[in-house]
Design a protein around this ligand. Structure first.
Ligand SMILES: NC(=O)c1ccc[n+]([C@@H]2O[C@H](COP(=O)([O-])OP(=O)(O)OC[C@H]3O[C@@H](n4cnc5c(N)ncnc54)[C@H](OP(=O)(O)O)[C@@H]3O)[C@@H](O)[C@H]2O)c1
Length: 273
């Protein structure tokens, strides 16, 4: 891994997100990446624990001092209590990487006593390594810190640096909450198919496979969504008839703009509490 010879990592919380990270890091060590891993998790998966031990990892140590990177992946509401315990992993040079939704960098620095803070926002497909994680780093972080953190987040999917923390509310509204919008699209498409005469199960299978297949195609070809949409739209054809409705002044565009704006505002409001 970048820069540091074999960075020491302490992960606190190995549920859905933390578990996906550990699996990826174990794989990285097996491929020759130097990483020294410690995991703190009351209900650690036994099979994962054995795998971790095969790469020299440690689970729930009673002691432990400063590490190169402390990663926090507990629920946000557990943060303050967890911070008191996790502080032992923080020293002068520790980078603090959080994937907790809505916990500001200022709170991370204050509760953990470090300045090199990185706040990241993954999304649900990270559970299968197909997520997108946006992150913002505090001014005290070096270019090497950012490189290291990007490598550590890779098991969750692609990684996107964000220029300013205030934009994390927008990230939350777009990629954080976004998977729910796509699931809703599959649901309403299935409901429309049912209205047009298909039985419920077939409608749901067709709609789900369509959403999944379109997403996979976008990912695999790397083509812009607009270009793919044009490929499937012949002049005067059936797709065009539907897109005329969806693209109208009161169509999908303004509706999603309203939805994303509501989510971003909720994120800002929650951040003020
Ligand atoms: N899942 C998502 O799609 C998603 C998306 C974006 C951001 N996030 C953020 O990622 C973070 C983790 O989410 P998740 O879905 O991975 O949650 P999760 O599956 O509940 O994982 C959290 C883990 O932390 C453990 N834990 C609780 N207290 C602890 C302590 N004192 N020390 C060590 N471990 C402790 C929990 O154990 P118990 O089960 O025993 O409490 C659980 O295994 C959250 O802050 C969330 O905001 C998640």
């Amino acid at each position: 891994m970048s820069g540091l010879e074999a960075p020491s990592i302490a992960l606190v919380g190995a549920g859905a997100m933390g578990g996906a990270l550990v699996r990826g890091w174990i794989e990285a060590v097996r491929k020759g990446g130097g990483l020294s891993l410690t995991v703190v998790e009351p209900n650690f998966d036994a099979a994962l624990e054995s795998e971790l031990e095969t790469v020299g990892g440690v689970v729930n140590p009673s002691g432990g001092g400063p590490v190169d990177v402390l990663v926090l992946a507990v629920k946000p509401q557990a943060f303050v209590a967890v911070a008191a315990e996790a502080k032992r992993f923080v020293g002068e040079n520790t980078r603090i990487l959080s994937v907790m939704a809505g916990v500001p960098m200022e709170a991370l620095a204050r509760e953990l006593g470090g300045q090199r803070v990185i706040r990241a926002m993954p999304n649900m497909p990270a559970k299968i390594g197909r997520g997108v994680t946006a992150y913002v780093a505090s001014p005290a972080c070096t270019a090497q810190d950012r490189e290291l953190v990007e490598q550590l987040l890779e098991p969750l999917g692609t990684v996107e640096p964000i220029a300013a923390e205030r934009l994390m509310d927008v990230v939350t509204a777009v990629s954080g909450s976004g998977p729910a919008y796509v699931f809703l699209l599959a649901e309403v498409l299935a409901a429309a198919a049912e209205t047009e005469g298909l039985d419920r199960e077939t409608a749901m299978r067709l709609a789900s496979a369509t959403v999944a297949g379109a997403g996979a195609l976008m990912l695999e070809t790397g083509e812009a969504p607009g270009a793919l949409r044009k490929q499937v739209t012949s002049p005067g054809g059936t797709t065009e008839a539907a897109l005329d409705v969806l693209g109208a002044g009161d169509g999908l565009g303004p509706l999603l703009r309203k939805a994303v704006s509501a989510a971003a505002q909720r994120s800002r409001d929650l951040g003020k509490r």
